[in-house]
Design a binder for this molecule. Sequence first.
Ligand SMILES: *[C@@H]1O[C@H](CO)[C@@H](O)[C@H](O)[C@H]1NC(C)=O
Ligand SMILES: *[C@@H]1O[C@H](CO)[C@@H](O)[C@H](O)[C@H]1NC(C)=O
Ligand SMILES: *[C@@H]1O[C@H](CO)[C@@H](O)[C@H](O)[C@H]1NC(C)=O
Ligand SMILES: *[C@@H]1O[C@H](CO)[C@@H](O)[C@H](O)[C@H]1NC(C)=O
Ligand SMILES: *[C@@H]1O[C@H](CO)[C@@H](O)[C@H](O)[C@H]1NC(C)=O
Ligand SMILES: *[C@@H]1O[C@H](CO)[C@@H](O)[C@H](O)[C@H]1NC(C)=O
Length: 464
Amino acid sequence: MAQKLAFTAFAALIPLITAQQIGTDTPEVNLPLPTWKCTTSGGCVQQNTSIVLDWNFHWIHQVNSSASCATSTGAINSTLCPDEATCAKNCAIEGIPNYASSGVATSGDALTLHQYTQSNGVTSNASPRVYLLGADGNYEMLQLLGQELRFDADVSTLVCGENGALYLSEMDATGGRSQYNPGGASYGSGYCDAQCPVQTWINGTLNTNSQGACCNEMDIWEANANATALTPHPCEGDTCDKSGCGFNPYAQGVHSYYGNGGTVDTLKPVTVITQFYTSDNTTTGSLSEIRRLYMQDGKLIQNAVSTSTAGLDSITASWCTSSDASAASLGGLTTMGQALGRGMVLIFSIWNDGGQFMNWLDSGSNGPCSSTAGNPASIEAQTPGTYATFSNIRWGDIGSTFEESGASSPSSTAMSTSTSTTTVAKSPAQSQYGQCGGNGWAGPTACAAPHTCTLLNPYYSQCL
Ligand SMILES: *[C@@H]1O[C@H](CO)[C@@H](O)[C@H](O)[C@H]1NC(C)=O
Ligand SMILES: *[C@@H]1O[C@H](CO)[C@@H](O)[C@H](O)[C@H]1NC(C)=O
Ligand SMILES: *[C@@H]1O[C@H](CO)[C@@H](O)[C@H](O)[C@H]1NC(C)=O
Ligand SMILES: *[C@@H]1O[C@H](CO)[C@@H](O)[C@H](O)[C@H]1NC(C)=O
Ligand SMILES: *[C@@H]1O[C@H](CO)[C@@H](O)[C@H](O)[C@H]1NC(C)=O
Ligand SMILES: *[C@@H]1O[C@H](CO)[C@@H](O)[C@H](O)[C@H]1NC(C)=O
C-alpha cells in the first residue's frame, strides 16, 4: 500500500521519521467544486467541496526510486507488494500533477470531464472518474432518502457510445484510510459499485484474494445526447442487482422525448432533478418512488410517460420488483433507500465501451444509435473533443433545490386557444408548464385549456 504521512503540500516538507515513505514529488491538490445543501426553510448553503481523481489514476512508485510499483501489464508487483504492510514500506503514491492533463477541469461550480486529451498532437484516452470530497478530506456522504438532487448537465457533445455519468456508490467515507493508507479518500481510494469490479486495491487496501468491490449503486444519470437512464442497483453483501430496474424514456417507448430537438432538447443545457420519495414522506421511511423532473429555459418538464408500461412515469417500488427479479430478491427500492439514508459518495465519470459499444444505453430498443456507432475507435477518430459538464449541484429537501422562472408569460399556444370568445376565462389562466399552486403561491390557480393543474409536490403544482 502506498504511503502518505499527511495530506498537504506543506507536510511533504516534514522530515520523515519512520521507514515508511511518502510520495513527496507531487502533493495531491484536490480541485475545488462548490456545491449546495438546501432546506425548504433555510434555502441553499454553499459547501466547500472538492473533487479527487480515482486512486488508480495516481502514480505509485518504489520508495527511493522512480520505478513503478506496477508490472508491465498494470498489475501490482507482487515482490514489492506481497502484503499490505510490505507494500506500504516499498511503495509511495503521488498526487495528480495536472488535473487538466487527466481530462478534468473545474470552473466555478462546473466540472468538465473529457473523454480524450491531446498533447503534442497525440490523443490519449483519459476517461476520468472523480469523487466529491467534503472539506475534511473525507468523501461527502450524500443522504438522499426523502430528499432530492439537482444538477445542470451539458450533454451536447456526448455522441452515441459515450456515457457522461453522475451516480452514487456506497463507498467508505474515508476511502478505507488506515495505517497503511493514510491518504484514503483524499487520494481517491475505496471505489466500489454494483458491478463488483475486481481491482488491485479494495477499500483502500491491497486486494490479495481477487475480491470484487461490491456496493449499493444509484445511477442518477448515465447519458449522452441521444439516450439517458436512471437506474437503482441494490446489493446485499456481495450479491448485486447488476442490471437494475432502470427508467430510460426511449426504452419505455417514448422516442421523441429525449434527444437532439426532443421534449428534453439535449443540444441545450438541461437541469436534472431526481427525487427520492419515501412512503411516509420522512427522511427515514421506506423508499417508495424515484421521480425525475427536467428544467430547460426556466420551465419544468415532466418525465416521459411510458407507453410500454401504461402510465408509468417514475420508478416505483412495485414496478421495480415486478420488472426485475434480481431487484425483487435483494429488497428492491427498500434496500436502495437504506443505502441512500446511510449516505453515498457522489461520482462523476465519462467513458465509452469497447466491449458492448454502450448499446445497453442508446441502441436497439434503448435508443436511436446504430449498434456500431459507439465503437470507441470511431468516437476517437470523429469526435475526440467529446465531453460532459456537470454544474450547479444541489441537494436537500424535496422542492428546495430548483425554482422555475419565466413560466408566467402566456405562450402563443395559450393565446391562440382564447380567440374563441366562448372559452375566454375571466380570471388569468396559467399557460402550459406554468405554476398554478403550491405552499405560498399567490399566482393564478387556473390553467389555460386544454391544460390541467397537476400537483407535483406540496410546493409546486403545474399546468400540464
Ligand atoms: C466555506 O469556506 C468559507 C471560507 O473559509 C467559510 O466562510 C464558510 O463558512 C465555509 N462553508 C461551509 C459550509 O463550511
Ligand atoms: C518487481 O520489482 C523488482 C524490484 O524493482 C524488480 O526487480 C522486478 O523485476 C519487478 N517484477 C516485475 C514483474 O515487474
Ligand atoms: C529509502 O532510503 C532511506 C534512506 O537511504 C532508507 O532508510 C530506506 O530504507 C529506503 N527505503 C526503501 C524501501 O528502500
Ligand atoms: C473499509 O475500510 C474502513 C477503514 O479501515 C473500515 O472501517 C470499513 O469497515 C471498511 N469497509 C469494508 C466494506 O470493508
Ligand atoms: C407525501 O407527499 C405527497 C406529495 O405531496 C402526497 O401526495 C402524499 O399524500 C404524502 N404522503 C403521506 C403519507 O403523507
Ligand atoms: C446523437 O447525438 C448527436 C449529438 O447531438 C447527433 O449529432 C446525432 O445525430 C445523434 N444520433 C442519433 C442516431 O440520433
